[in-house]
Design a protein around this ligand. Structure first.
Ligand SMILES: [Zn+2]
Length: 406
């Protein structure tokens, strides 16, 4: 620990009080995934003002999530969110838009989330006029998906699908388990690998993943046929440490999970995923690799980051990507239709960095009959809800099953 960090800590502790109260109204973020730096809590004026917590070295400070106790049900409150004031690494500050959704997520049970009315979003902050739904309620950037959600989803899936097996992909650097599940025909000639949350703040990716898994584990003839012919691997949360901390993960120090795919990965869970995916590739079994994310605030429909060399592709490889996309257009329609063309991560400037992105890492190793893709599901639309995300995941699973049947 260096000197500036030592000086920084006491200040941080004062600012990020885990529990702040004003005449009966209290605000808490001391739970898994919680993130709120409180600037104002005024019960009389009905004002709550927070920023996401900026945790040095732990990635973009855009995720926020807190609980309010002691409200009067029906009480009108103004919730103002300001972007984090401090740099998240070196002198880098995050653009405000990442932390200011048009609609916040609100819940009275921390399980079922709905949107608030649209807030007033400016370059400086977002202001949401809400009505307290209960004495205790939760507000967040979007519907949270935490390690506890993974646990419940995997347990439920394992208990209802014959042959489904939970596994621990790895233990993180901070000692947390990274759970996953495999289902379908063990050692089948074809396999698919799906994971979410290489970027911790992108909670929507895990909800999309849940939709994918629930469809694949479901009772339809198409899902049963998929399981009879294919082995499916799914990891709901890769960056468990930053999700548990309520940190963003993206552009963490020294690098984030989706820039860690080289010969010497920093994160044990990336190393373990590489090993398992590589083994599937070596056995000639990997047909699909999907890495689930959320994009920028201005992206209003889901899209795939496709292969960088797509325009130069010919023959069977090009045919695979084209056919896969056309099936996605057919199956991923409501309420968030997939963009009917690939986009490319050209914002990543160097070949060296591009090679460390998981989609490219997998793509470079797979034959023409496989597709490797990053799915970016829009988070800043009226349909970017638990239900909307689940539908995107279901659509992806349906399209994939149709593609594998051909
Ligand atoms: Zn991402």
């Amino acid at each position: 620990m260096n000197l500036p960090r030592l000086l920084f800590l006491p200040v941080l502790c004062l600012l990020i009080a885990a529990r702040v109260h004003s005449a009966g109204l209290t605000l808490h973020s001391d739970f898994p995934g919680g993130s709120a730096e409180v600037h104002a809590l005024d019960a009389g004026a009905g004002l709550i003002e927070i920023s996401p917590v900026s945790r040095e070295g732990r990635g973009w400070p855009c995720w926020w999530y807190f609980r309010v106790d002691g409200a009067r049900p029906g009480q009108a409150l103004t919730v103002r969110v300001k972007p984090a004031g401090r740099p998240f690494r070196a002198q880098e500050r995050l653009a405000a838009a990442w932390s200011l959704p048009a609609r916040a997520a609100i819940s009275s049970d921390d399980q079922t989330w709905r949107h608030t009315d649209p807030g007033i979003v400016t370059q400086a902050d977002a202001t949401y006029a809400i009505t307290a739904p209960a004495a205790t309620f939760w507000l967040a950037w979007g519907p949270p998906f935490l390690p506890a959600h993974s646990e419940a989803l995997l347990e439920q899936t394992a208990s209802r699908v014959p042959g489904a097996e939970r596994f621990v992909l790895a233990k993180t650097r901070e000692g947390r388990e990274v759970p996953g599940i495999r289902l379908g025909k063990k050692d089948a000639p074809q396999a698919v690998w799906v994971h979410a949350r290489q970027h911790a703040w992108e909670a929507g990716g895990s909800w999309v993943g849940r939709g994918f898994l629930e469809w694949a584990a479901g009772d339809t003839p198409e899902a049963a046929a998929l399981r009879a012919s294919t082995e499916i691997f799914f990891i709901p949360i890769m960056d468990v440490d930053n999700v548990a901390l309520g940190a963003g993960g993206k552009e963490a120090v020294p690098r984030d999970h989706n820039r860690d795919w080289d010969t010497r990965p920093v994160y044990p869970e990336v190393a373990a995923a590489q090993q398992r995916v590589e083994a599937l590739i070596q056995a000639g079994r990997l047909r699909c690799y999907f890495d689930l994310h959320n994009p920028g605030s201005g992206d209003k429909q889901p899209f795939f980051f496709g292969p960088m060399d797509y325009e130069q592709m010919t023959g069977p490889r090009r045919a695979s990507y084209d056919r896969f996309l056309s099936l996605c257009v057919q199956h991923m329609r409501e309420p968030l239709p997939i963009l009917p063309r690939y986009r490319f991560a050209t914002y990543v400037k160097t070949q060296e960095e591009r090679d460390r992105m998981s989609g490219n890492w997998v793509r470079d190793r797979t034959p023409a009959r496989a597709v490797a893709m990053t799915l970016e599901t829009a988070w800043n639309t009226p349909h970017s809800t638990q239900d909307g995300y689940l539908h995107v995941g279901q659509g992806l699973a349906k399209a994939m099953a149709a593609w594998l049947r051909e």
